[in-house]
Write a protein that binds this ligand. Structure first.
Ligand code: GDP
Ligand code: IMO
Ligand code: MG
Length: 430
């Protein structure tokens, strides 16, 4: 059996989709396990760029099965638009997109409430506005509408939706002074969705475990990243799900015994979009240069990403909590041309050294940096580790030693071609 989990190691946008597309070449099934259309997953294949928000990033490989697990919050309008987009490019998705009957639907009132709550907050989170928090809140309140509900007879379904909608409209109108939604417009969305996707709906927990028994190679695709995890991240500046390893099991229903690799995807520097602590953020020229050279603008909202330096303690905490077996280091090509590259090797709080990524005081700690020599060569054409300049290899070796997990794959450009697999990558089926 072979199942690999792919997890963002920092605050999202680490290049997970690029790597999932790369790994998908050898996989049978690719599963999104949490989050929703807050994700922006960019795949560049044969020079063409695709951005996915919900559809798993392995979809460009003909014949691969793509699954939306029970942990996903699914915006029906967004999903159908992504499906149509692929179909318009003659990418055949029939019979290979499967959807969990237990995934929750994001409906227009979730998005309206996401925006209204954000307006109200004095301490803004900077959400993507895609309705993620309100939908997961409904899941916990046990008032959510699940994908499988579309199979209820029409009267029962309408009654269920009406009950939820009444409460949402009260909140929208009375609390937020916003317009209410009519039952007709919500039902129209649900019924149109039913028409399009009813044949794709299954019990994905059953399906995935049975496929694992048949020795299929499975990839679990995380959205967001460790720092945005609702339990382990920089709360409250987080998303409303668990991108970390626990979320992969919960959101797919796969049992733990089938997992043989947990791969953390880490940028060679760090970015963050939205509000919240970011100890190694660079507010000066270097931060701006990283943004320009790395094209660091959100794939979902277009917002400029905040940029800064690799943070060893953050990465170690991701490795610790998720049990990382490997790290893929991405976007190291962006660092070409920097005379000096900073790496935070710990923090100081009131003059005392802290050797872990803390849950509190993140705005008050000061990173302790080491500076490494940069390189000037364009490394995006390098195909093997040995072709990389000595200073690039020294930088990778420094990070690898500090973190203590093999950096087995090095990504030197956005295309699946721009990927270096090292000898430390222990060949499983992937
Ligand atoms: P994800 O959310 O983790 O899948 O990442 P995004 O797609 O939001 O953002 C990553 C961006 O970096 C995308 O524009 C990718 O095409 C690009 N990218 C991924 N890996 C590399 C790399 O190694 N080098 C460069 N220059 N760009 C990369
Ligand atoms: P991918 O999968 C980067 C951030 C938002 C905000 C916070 C909460 O592309 O890596 P939400 O809409 O989830 O309630 O917003 O989380 N955020 C992301 N940042 N990449 C993402 O996904 C993100 N998804 C959410 O900017 O700060
Ligand atoms: Mg992204």
């Amino acid at each position: 059996m072979s199942c690999s989990v792919v997890i963002g190691a920092q605050w999202g946008d680490e290049g997970k989709a690029k790597m999932i597309d790369f790994f998908s070449q050898k996989a049978d099934i690719i599963v999104r396990y949490q989050g929703g259309a807050n994700a922006g997953h960019t795949v560049v294949a044969n020079g063409q760029k695709h951005i996915f928000h919900l559809i798993p990033s392995g979809i460009l490989h003909p014949g691969k099965i793509c699954v939306l697990g029970n942990g996903v919050v699914l915006d029906p309008i967004q999903l159908v638009s992504e499906m149509d987009n692929l179909i318009s490019q003659s990418i055949d998705i029939s019979y290979r997109l499967l959807i969990s009957d237990a995934a929750h639907l994001i409906l227009p009132y979730h998005k309206a409430l996401d925006g209204a709550l954000e307006e109200l907050r004095s301490n803004k989170i900077g959400t993507t506005g895609r309705g993620i928090g309100p939908c997961y809140a409904d899941k916990c309140l046990r008032t959510g509408i699940r994908v499988g509900d579309i199979f209820l007879d029409s009267k029962t379904l309408e009654k269920k939706v009406r009950q939820t909608l009444e409460v949402k409209n009260l909140q929208l109108v009375k609390m937020h002074k916003k317009d209410p939604f009519s039952i007709e417009e919500i039902m129209e969305i649900i019924l149109a969705f039913k028409k399009r996707i009813q044949k794709m709906i299954i019990n994905t927990g059953y399906y995935l475990n049975e496929e694992a028994k048949k020795n299929k190679t499975i990839i679990l695709e995380g959205a967001q990243g460790f720092g945005l995890d609702i339990d382990h991240g920089t709360y409250p500046f987080v998303t409303s799900s668990n991108p970390t390893i626990g979320g992969a099991l919960l959101g797919s229903g796969l049992n733990h015994s089938v997992i043989d690799k947990v791969i953390g995807i880490s940028k060679a520097y760090i970015t963050r979009v939205g509000e919240g602590p970011f100890p190694t953020e660079d507010f000066g020229d270097d931060g701006n240069l990283l943004r320009d050279k790395g094209g660091e603008y959100g794939s979902t909202t277009g917002r400029p990403r905040r940029c800064g330096w690799f943070d060893v303690e953050l990465m170690k905490q991701t490795a610790r909590i998720c049990g990382l077996t490997d790290i893929t280091l991405t976007k190291i090509d962006v660092l070409s041309g920097f005379e000096k590259i900073k790496v935070a090797v710990g923090y100081e709080y009131k003059g005392k050294k802290i050797d872990m990524f803390p849950s509190y005081l993140l705005d008050d700690i000061k990173p302790v940096y080491e500076e490494l020599d940069g390189w000037t060569e364009d490394i995006s054409k390098c195909k093997t580790y040995d072709e990389l300049p000595q200073n690039t290899r020294d930088y990778i070796a420094f990070l690898e030693k500090a973190v203590g997990v093999p950096m087995s794959i090095i990504s030197v450009g956005p295309d699946r071609e721009n990927t270096i697999v090292r000898d430390t990558w222990k060949k499983t089926k992937l």
